[in-house]
Design a protein around this ligand. Structure first.
Ligand SMILES: *Cc1c(COP(=O)(O)O)cnc(C)c1O
Length: 388
């Protein structure tokens, strides 16, 4: 079966993915099976998407019940799960309003539009520049590629959207040096994910918030990867003690279905008006019904368990031979070894552990509710591979 899938894929799927040599057939939570019925422990969650693992019972119930009731209607009409999810997100964060999109890049596009419109309405059209951080990742659309502070993404697809400039992470003087009369926003991840699982310094983040307030710059926090319990907080900014003007998220919020969200505070909630932004699928009833089943379970007790599990994983990995450093926050973890990350990830896969890379690191994004048994099993495989 696998050979057939591979042949079809290689023949008909565009060549954009350098896939690992496996196709998964089924699974539950953190345990997956391939088409040869080989078992795997999953520390990747579809890149931070399956917050409660694959095919989680509560989530499956929520989406199937909604699919049987009402599968899709357009945003021209009110729908129950979307309204409930927006309410839940605002109640748990103190943000004021939500716009639902389909992905992280789209959520960031909407945030960028909002920041620019705020500035155009209040100041002038030239005040449209956005500062992002070197080594950031914000998406794959033409605009979010340019927002991404990595030169490798700024080729082939010219012309890119203008108006982005990149400051060094954890260097407040460099952020200040990038501000001019045309700056309208600062956008950043609090733990740079694709950039190598690098948490920002708390003091730097606080200082960025302070400068943004002073200069009336919209502070956009990209929580596409860090959000929805991943870091041991519902949103990582809550752990940094700041109040962003806009928070974007996606990945884990949908529990496995495509959903992005833009959260607005009191300063930005009214910037976009009728007709300024829209989407056909965004906040679809099935997707938001699934998201409700995810977000409602992310209470303080659950988030404390995420923090503890994250600490346990980090300590365990620090004790492994050939590990050079461990970074991260909650259950978003990066591990640098003295061997190439992709080789280790391939070896882990052969040995029944699914994990990711982030630049030169191995990255773990396990299901937030992974059992102790599965966690131990996965870590043992990792240790064996890295130490051999
Ligand atoms: C994954 C990611 C994105 C892009 O999300 P998509 O859903 O793939 O468009 C944007 N920002 C961050 C921080 C991400 O990790």
């Amino acid at each position: 079966m696998f050979d057939e899938i591979k042949k079809l894929d290689n023949t008909y799927i565009a060549n954009t993915y350098n896939r690992f040599n496996v196709a998964f057939k089924s699974g539950k939570g953190a345990t997956l099976y391939d088409f040869n019925d080989k078992k795997y422990i999953d520390f990747s969650t579809g890149i931070g998407v399956n917050a409660f693992g694959v095919s989680d019972d509560e989530w499956v119930k929520a989406i199937t019940e909604q699919a049987n009731r009402l599968s899709h209607m357009s945003n021209l009409y009110y729908t129950l799960p979307q309204a409930q999810l927006a309410h839940m997100l605002c109640a748990k964060t103190g943000m004021k309003k939500v716009f639902f999109a389909n992905s992280g890049a789209e959520a960031n596009e909407g945030a960028i539009k909002t920041a620019r419109k705020y500035s155009h309405d209040k100041y002038n059209e030239a005040r449209s520049e956005i500062i992002t951080l070197v080594n950031s990742f914000h998406g794959r659309t033409i605009t979010t590629l340019k927002a991404t502070g990595q030169d490798v993404f700024h080729k082939n697809f010219y012309p890119f959207t203008e108006g982005f400039t990149y400051a060094k992470a954890n260097d407040i003087e460099d952020v200040k040096a990038h501000i001019n009369e045309n700056t309208c926003a600062i956008m950043m991840e609090l733990v740079q994910g694709e950039g190598g699982v690098l948490p920002l310094d708390k003091e730097f983040v606080k200082n960025v918030e302070k400068i943004a307030k002073e200069k009336d710059l919209i502070l956009i926090i990209d929580e596409v990867q860090t959000g929805n319990g991943r870091t041991g907080y519902l949103y990582a900014y809550q752990g940094f003690g700041i109040n962003p003007d806009i928070v974007t998220t996606a990945k884990g919020i949908g529990g496995g279905l495509p959903l992005g969200a833009i959260l607005f505070n009191e300063k930005t909630e009214k910037v976009l008006g009728f007709g300024d932004h829209a989407t056909t699928f965004g906040g679809n009833p099935i997707v938001t019904a699934g998201a409700l089943s995810i977000i409602e379970r992310l209470n303080d007790e659950f988030l404390d368990a995420v923090k503890l599990k994250g600490q346990y994983i980090m300590e365990y990995c620090k004790g492994i031979k050939n590990v050079e450093s461990v970074s991260g926050m909650g259950m978003m973890i990066g591990i640098k070894c003295n061997k190439p990350a992709r080789d280790i990830v391939s070896k882990c896969l052969e040995n029944g552990l699914i994990c990711l890379t982030a630049k030169d690191k191995i990255r773990f994004l396990p299901p937030l509710n992974i059992s102790t048994t599965e966690l131990e099993e996965g870590l043992k495989i990792f240790k064996k591979v890295v130490e051999e």
